[in-house]
Design a protein around this ligand. Structure first.
Ligand code: FAD
Length: 398
């Protein structure tokens, strides 16, 4: 038998060398466990490389359970409390990686995402992790003392198997439904999945406005289903994007209206009344140009209202304008889907997973970490923090 196809018997097999799998591998190997880390892609950590616009928003200093969506809202607490953003920052500092806070506690590399991937690969190498890319797993079966796997490397036996295969977003980066299949095979429920942190597509009459304003970004508050996010929105030729939209997309469901406050922190009616008194002969577009770009002001005045002088707006009309500015009602036609989504909502139901160890309650020795689980962070470094924390928690016991 060729050496490569001989039976391997590490202590732990980790499937998926993304953020969670790499963290789990380096930490378990650091405890002296013999770790085999497999990824079907040709490269480990592809999402890390793509993340944060190439600078990897690797954590958020203020990460807490409230920043995560899950059917089981308490599940993430234990792992997050035991591996905090400061633990990961200490690791980043140990590797001399320069970083900065962009805003709202979001930490980015000064240079490139590759620095974070190199950190993880270096730690894995130094701890003795055996990493194989371009390697798929065909089958996993339970044995008396662990698991038997059929892989491209040949048969593998291990006492622990960690599923770290991530979600479904951006299929070209290696995503697969494999983790969900294994979860079902071992009796777990998989909650319905859908794209999260994803731009909206506008299909109704607003589409033309979005297209014409494509590239324009404005501060706003986006609200839907009792959630609200105060950040920028970005008009695109297909609809709406930008941080506030990506955030609210994780809570939006088809048919929901999203309310967008285009004048956050400002009472639009009081402001318009002041403008009417101070500049009665100015057109609405000119007045709006005081707070929006000239193009946006002109388009809003023309499309939404009458572009007449301020003095000709009746009190009722002024109230309508204000209501629109403070509460623009948008009904997205859909989202751009997994093709551009940063995360996958839903996934392996956490009610059958130990929050402390991430071990399956249905099949001892089987673990699920990272995005494959029904735990989804807000935009801003929270998803990586979940990957680090859950990978680290499982690594203590595998
Ligand atoms: C474009 C983009 C930018 C992002 N930017 C940020 C950011 O700046 N900050 C942040 O916090 N989050 C960001 N995210 C989200 C973050 O990347 C994920 O939440 C995180 O990578 C999840 O980690 P994971 O290890 O669970 O899964 P992944 O990182 O997706 O890793 C899963 C791994 O499993 C492998 N795999 C899948 N199926 C199989 C199989 N059948 N057999 C073997 N291997 C398999 C994949 O090839 C992959 O390497 C971004 C996501 C995207 C798509």
């Amino acid at each position: 038998m060729p050496e490569d196809l001989a039976l391997r018997s590490p202590d732990v097999v980790i499937i998926g060398a993304g953020a969670a799998g790499l963290m789990c591998a380096m930490t378990a190997a650091g405890r002296g466990r013999r770790v085999l880390l497999l990824d079907r892609s040709n490269k480990a950590g592809k999402k890390i490389l793509m993340s944060g616009g190439g600078r990897c928003n690797f954590t958020n200093m203020w990460a807490e359970p409230a920043n995560y969506a899950s059917r089981n809202e308490h599940f993430c607490k234990s792992a997050l409390a035991r591996y905090t953003p400061w633990d990961f920052i200490a690791l980043v500092d140990k590797h001399g990686i320069a970083h900065h806070e962009k805003k709202l506690g979001q930490l980015f590399c000064d240079d490139k995402s590759k620095d974070i991937l190199n950190l993880l690969l270096t730690e894995c190498r130094e701890a003795g992790v055996e990493l194989h890319v371009n390697t798929s797993v065909q089958r996993i079966e339970r044995t008396d003392d662990g698991y038997a796997l059929q892989t491209d490397l040949g048969p593998v036996r291990a006492t622990s198997v960690v599923i770290a295969t991530g979600g479904l977003s951006i299929p070209t980066l290696g995503s697969s439904g494999f983790g969900y299949e294994i979860a079902r095979q071992f009796g777990h429920e998989v909650l319905p999945t859908r794209a999260g942190l994803v731009p909206f597509i506008i299909t109704d009459g607003l589409k033309e406005l979005c297209n014409e304003l494509s590239g324009t970004s404005v501060a706003a508050v986006a609200r839907c289903r009792d959630q609200s996010f105060s950040e920028n929105i970005l008009f695109t030729h297909r609809g709406l994007s930008g941080p506030a939209i990506l955030q609210i997309s994780s809570f939006w469901e088809l048919g929901d209206t999203v309310e967008i406050d285009l004048l956050p922190d400002r009472d639009a009616l009081a402001w318009l009344q002041e403008q009417q008194a101070a500049r009665p002969d100015s057109g609405l577009g000119t007045v709006l140009a005081g707070v929006f770009t000239k193009k946006m002001a002109g388009l809003l005045a023309d499309r939404w209202f009458e572009a007449k002088p301020m003095k000709r707006f009746t009190p009722a009309e002024l109230r309508d304008v204000a209501a629109r500015l403070n509460g623009w009602q948008v009904v997205p036609g859909g989202t751009e889907g997994y093709r551009t989504a940063e995360v996958t909502l839903g996934g392996v139901d956490t009610r059958e997973i130990s929050p402390k160890t991430l071990e399956s309650r249905r099949s001892p020795g089987l673990y699920f970490v990272g995005e494959v689980l029904d735990v989804t962070g807000h935009l801003g470094g929270f998803n990586f923090q979940w990957a680090w924390a859950s990978g680290h928690a499982a690594a203590q016991v595998v």
